[in-house]
Design a protein around this ligand. Structure first.
Ligand code: HEC
Length: 175
């Protein structure tokens, strides 16, 4: 009788322990899953369907991480950029025709100034991750190689293309 009781007591204690620990387990799991739901939600809000953040989609991957504050066009800088284009880019790009790479005169009508600089400074990562670069790679079947352009040179190149872009816009206006 006594033995039976103590066994019963042991069994109840075991059962109680099991219930308590499974309760603790369930609550901790619940906590975890709601936590990850929350971070998935912010992830979804941050990203668009391409899986990139809005910033990455618009501006590409590279050292330019915020919007450039572009003032009026600086013609001296643009002339410098034209020289760099001739020496480092013209082997693959023409202004008005498809060549090894896409025609570049109207590049700023395709991409943002920030994307332009990031592509020039960091072509590899963009080719790997960015849908625009991947699409171009599929079309041109050659990888744009890193030309070891520094930030200042990339900025002068951008200035050159701003001049070309301005000319295009003026032509369109007078047409
Ligand atoms: C080895 C050839 C090569 C050189 C040199 C080269 N590019 Fe490219 N570039 C390409 C190709 C090919 C693409 C298309 C994407 C790809 O397949 O890499 C491209 C893409 C681009 C793009 C992408 C945006 C677009 O829609 O056109 C920009 C901007 C660009 N090049 C600018 C430049 C500039 C500026 C230079 C000089 C600093 C340069 N490239 C040098 C081959 C080259």
């Amino acid at each position: 009788m006594f033995n039976y009781n103590s066994n019963w007591l042991k069994t109840s204690i075991y059962l109680l322990l099991i219930i308590i620990s499974s309760l603790a387990f369930i609550t901790s799991c619940g906590g975890d899953s709601s936590e990850s739901d929350k971070s998935n939600l912010t992830e979804t809000m941050k990203t668009n369907t391409s899986g990139l953040s809005d910033w990455e989609l618009e501006n590409g991957f590279g050292p330019v991480k915020k919007k450039l504050n572009l003032g009026p066009i600086d013609n001296t800088m643009a002339a410098e950029g034209e020289k760099i284009f001739e020496s480092k880019c013209a082997s693959c790009h023409k202004l008005d025709e498809r060549y090894t790479g896409p025609a570049q005169r109207n590049v700023l009508q395709r991409v943002t100034p920030e994307f332009f600089m990031n592509t020039v400074l960091n072509p590899d990562e963009n080719l790997e991750k960015h849908p625009h670069s991947k699409k171009m790679l599929a079309e041109y079947m050659t990888k744009m190689t890193n030309q070891n352009v520094n930030l200042k040179d990339a900025r002068t190149l951008l200035e050159y293309f701003r001049v070309l872009d301005e000319e295009l816009k003026n032509q369109n206006k007078s047409n």
